[in-house]
Design a protein around this ligand. Structure first.
Ligand code: PDD
Length: 287
């Protein structure tokens, strides 16, 4: 069934939605994005995603296409128009189309940004059967640029990473820089040792995950110990548990790293508990 999508102020059938070949998102990857999950027809962590979008736009001197309230209205309209129950809403803002190819940024007064949103239906998103078994990851070198805290559409290397994982028979890849894990191709990475949850500290090296912020808050509220520091693949393989977080996977146990079982090789107690708390609290706060 054809979706209704949003392009620059218009709701259109997906076949009719068009953007210019000169759009800088297309030519230069000059754009930022957000992925917000939808459970039971409601938006999970919308405020966090809207706030990070503002930050990404600000870091790149890109004009804000509309207010957060308008963005919320567009998200809700798309949920309604597509009768979306469980799934995701993808949002992308680019620096617009200047009518030619030029490295210099166009004047934002002359060239409005492009705003595109569409839905992705994933019935039963929160009941992913992979949770019961956990996923496997391989490690790959992190060769991305130095501002991974900005959620840009430069996703070629993460796509390549997922293909490398697939070729190796694994589910995903963790990226490693100077001996330490940065993050997963599209998620934040964690290990658990004893009662301690360990995850890399925020910096320009990783995306400041909205799910990460919520999960760490819930963990601290549940009196779990959180240590924000780097860890190596060796330390992860020797940990009791490992897991990832993202808007589309929530909290997902990792049971194998580079072919070595983590802990017992089954989803860990801490990861499963955090998933439960995250889903329960996020559903309660969903808008
Ligand atoms: N990815 N790190 C990277 C590199 C990511 O691309 C993502 C999200 C995350 C987790 O962030 P959050 O919890 O805010 O979703 C961490 C999205 C889901 C994607 O590209 O589809």
């Amino acid at each position: 069934m054809s979706r209704t999508v949003y392009v620059n102020g218009n709701y259109l059938p997906e076949e009719e939605a068009k953007i210019s070949i000169f759009d800088r998102g297309f030519l230069m990857a000059d754009g930022v994005y957000e992925v917000t999950s939808v459970l039971g027809g409601k938006l999970i962590d919308f405020d966090g995603h809207a706030k990070r979008l503002q930050r990404s736009l600000g870091e790149l001197d890109m004009a804000t296409p509309c207010s957060t309230e308008e963005l919320l209205d567009i998200h809700r309209a798309l949920v309604e128009k597509n009768a979306l129950v469980d799934g995701m809403i993808y949002l992308q803002v680019t620096r617009g189309a200047a009518g030619d190819r030029d490295f210099a940024f166009p004047d934002p007064e002359q060239v409005p940004s492009t705003l595109v949103l569409f839905t992705q239906s994933k019935p039963g998103l929160a009941e992913d059967p992979k949770v019961a078994k956990g996923i496997s990851v391989i490690s790959i070198e992190d060769i991305r640029w130095g501002r991974r805290d900005i959620k840009t559409v430069q996703l070629l290397y993460p796509s390549m990473g997922k293909m490398m994982a697939k070729a190796a028979g694994a589910d995903d890849a963790w990226m490693v820089e100077e001996g330490a894990v940065t993050e997963g191709t599209s998620n934040n990475a964690y290990i658990v040792k004893g009662n301690k949850i360990i995850t890399r500290a925020l910096s320009h090296d990783i995306l400041h995950g909205i799910t990460r912020a919520a999960v760490l808050r819930f963990a601290r509220e549940a009196q779990m110990e959180v240590e924000e520091r780097s860890f190596s693949i060796d330390e992860a393989q020797a940990a009791d548990e490992a897991f990832i977080t993202s808007a589309s996977s929530f909290v997902m146990p990792v049971v194998e790293i580079d072919g070595a079982k983590v802990g017992s090789g089954t989803p860990g107690r801490v990861a499963l508990r955090l998933r439960e708390i995250y889903l329960e609290e996020s559903r309660k706060a969903a808008r």
